[in-house]
Write a protein that binds this ligand. Structure first.
Ligand SMILES: [Zn+2]
Length: 105
């Protein structure tokens, strides 16, 4: 079967992985979809067949200095804030996020 219709490299939005189907014996690149590639394709050859480009997210970041002198990164992505500090991981909110949210209202 010919796959001449497939134009390489295929643009994918997920990190590609290589898979050999035990069912058909064919080699595929898995990146959210299955892309048939020639037998013997290795991870080093993957760039010939797929281009990995992560989806562009509308993300904004701020550096926020805490009272203890550490700097944390607050990120706004898809309308929700996150912070790199331990408090945020635990409580899903923190004063850094609050500070940025207050300033960007
Ligand atoms: Zn924080």
């Amino acid at each position: 079967m010919e796959n001449s219709k497939t134009k390489f490299p295929v643009k994918v939005t997920m990190p590609p992985g290589l898979m050999k189907s035990s069912h058909s014996g064919k080699t595929y690149i898995i990146a959210g979809c299955m892309i048939p590639v020639p037998d013997g394709t290795t991870a080093e050859d993957m760039h010939k067949y797929v281009t990995y480009s992560p989806p562009k997210l509308d993300a904004k970041t701020w550096k926020v200095e805490s009272s203890s002198g550490s700097t944390y990164t607050v990120t706004l992505r898809n309308g929700s804030f996150s912070c790199t500090c331990a408090g945020f991981k635990f409580y899903r909110k923190c004063k850094h996020v609050k500070k940025v949210a207050d300033e960007n209202r």
